[in-house]
Write a protein that binds this ligand. Sequence first.
Ligand code: GPQ
Length: 831
Amino acid sequence: NDKTSGSRTIAATHPLALAPVASPPATVDGFVREFLLNLNMERGVALSSATETDTYMALAATVRDYLVARWLEDQRRQREDQRKAVCYLSAEYLLGRQLDNNLLASGLTEIATEALAACGIDIDTMRAHEVEPGLGNGGLGRLAACFVDSLATLSVPSIGYGIRYEYGIFRQVFRGGEQIEKPDAWLALGSPWEFRHPESAQTVSFAGHTETYDDDGVIRSRWVPAWSVRAVPYNYMVPGYQNGRVNTLRLWSAEATKAFDLRTFNSGDYVEAVRAQTFAENISKVLYPEDSTPQGKELRLQQQYFFVAASIADYMTKVLPEDFDLEDLPERVIFQLNDTHPVIAVPEMMRVLVDERKLDWDAAWAITQKCFAYTCHTLLPEALEVWSVDLLGRLLPRHLEIIYRINDEFLLRVRERFGDDEQRLRDMSIVSEQRAVRMAYLATVAGSKVNGVAELHSQLLRERVLHQFDEMMPEKFTNVTNGVTPRRFMRLANPDLSELITAALGTGWLTDLERLRELESYAEDPDFRAAFASVKAANKRRLNDVLMKRDGFEIADDHLLDVMVKRLHEYKRQTLKLLHIVTLYERVVSGRVAASDLQPRTFIFGAKAAPGYAMAKRVIHLINAVGSVVNNDPRLEGRLKVVFPPNYNVTLAERVIPAADLSEQISLAGKEASGTGNMKFALNGALTIGTDDGANVEIRELVGDDNFFLFGMSEPEVEELWAAGYRPGEFAQADDELRRALDLIGSGAFSDGDRSTFEPVVSNLMYDDRFMVLADYTSYIAAQERVDAAYADRDAWTRSAILNVARTGFFSSDRSIRDYIDRIWHTQPAR
Ligand code: GPQ
């Protein structure tokens, strides 16, 4: 077959060109040969003179070679297949390291280990050499990475579209306990995993004006843009877990257009030409380090439109056959919008269908509505993205017109349904009275479905944030509870536990995680409990080795490992965790409790703060300050320790989570949409101390109250307290220990006597406390005392830990993807 589609055809003239080149033989010798070939031919070095970078690059290229044949085959299949595909649109993919995952997926781990050993190379040094691509902030970006893994593992035809940021999430360092941001030059040595395709670049335009014209008697609108950039795709392979499938992740990079360059170069202004190039490249230069708080900056909107316009053009002109009947588009593709970041895709699709493909508006709208679905990831009102009419009109004038028309027609429908209720019309209008476009509303109106990311979250979306939309179109709303990939977060992160599980259950559980249920009976087996406990102990020692080497921190064997790792955000309440630590410290230094009566604990924090989020940065400083006092006060006899390794990322998560005893999930009820760290901890046998928030609710229901430390107000109780008028000071008055802890921080005990350093944190809690830390403090301390008591019976604790693993198989991202297929996409896996 020498025909693909359209103009991309190259006739195959040699018989060998008819089929993709076969993979190298999957043997140790085959691997060695391929590896040396890559080292010599691609790196241009001999094994004897190769640097670590050379061998890492050659190894990665070798693993890639094994996957390519399957990838090409999958691409062919997906082109010929009439099956509906999923285009996942996400501004973030927090991938983590690739080498180990790709080895596992291709079933090559053992062969590669032996082959490298034969070449005198320790594969672990190769693993450690990889810089992780940090193209995301936190949960939302990591979820996208788990989802592409599951899509490939479930053989769902799909493409992930996003941005190839030159700089990912900043590298965090501490200076004097304060966060400093350093650029993350993850591409400095080049990435061995990407394929650049300049010939498949798309042009993405901006600004200018719109005009109408007479198109053979039909008056049409068109956009006359002022400038444009080239979007160059970089393809990444996303292998399914040992199923021979490889999907594509296509990330766009911005470059200057040739036309733009030429014009300026010809005018003789070399400096201007180079400046223009930089200007274009700025678009994909850096990830905005914001999490759950949108930036509202012009460059951010440029990024969003840039990747979405390139992706839609790519899909419509390169993926779809040339003669495709657009009326059938909804049977062919669904674009899943990962939060509001890609929602500008909706007016872009309308523009393409109406202005370029010349469909009439109603037909185009009918198609568009069926081709999009929207996932919301927050409940915080300040996190809902809005763009000012002024900015949109300047940057994307045609899109603004389209949004106005979508809104006009939508408000007509609201009027038809609810009458002339002006208040309701104002409330539901996509364009607010402040002349801001509410992207979540646009997505809700345009999408075939709207989903939240945990049961409670989806319910609150319907009842609160999007209540009036739910009244009007309840059939749109659904839930898909998040999940995490067990390949990365169990098999790779916790090989010893995985082996123990496989020894008990046999293979197959990694792609059928509900099978973990069979472990329930093993929880009653003392031998299994002992084996499980020694896996946990080994994981703690492994973490100790990593942290010793990385930051010089030591993790004591006999300490309870109490872990809070997630972005630093007030709603997540790292300050509540701090108040617990300060309380324990204060009890000892005031002499009310003997140090010897403390359950030894190590508290691990990991958190980045958005660089512009002053309070979050102050809390980071406070964690470090409390740590340096607590860790050095001899009165504690080494029984409490605070460890805050900088630059928490996916790589570190993979070491910390399997070692944890206690998982801190302590957001104010109704604020954490789901959480996904909570799932990773439970699946690795940590017990959760948590509020009834996000997916914690479902975790607790599954593992049972006896295996979960619940505390704090429920969401309705939170609402009630707000309504009654929340006065945090009253809670400080009512709890002696809370007051002492706050006073100690305020007194300068953690800032060399300087009261001003942490005064803003204390007064924020005392007089504002939006996230009701003080209201939940007493209940939290009581729950921590239940933790200590439970940990005293180590065997019973281990039993609970096993039950956590056994009962949380529901949280596989494979199950999430199946739910998306059933409730939203209605796609079928490929054969
Ligand atoms: N989430 Cl809106 C982010 O990581 N970034 C964001 O900008 C928004 C949400 C998180 C959310 O806070 C978590 O509760 C979820 O588990 C996660 O998205 C994935 O849904």
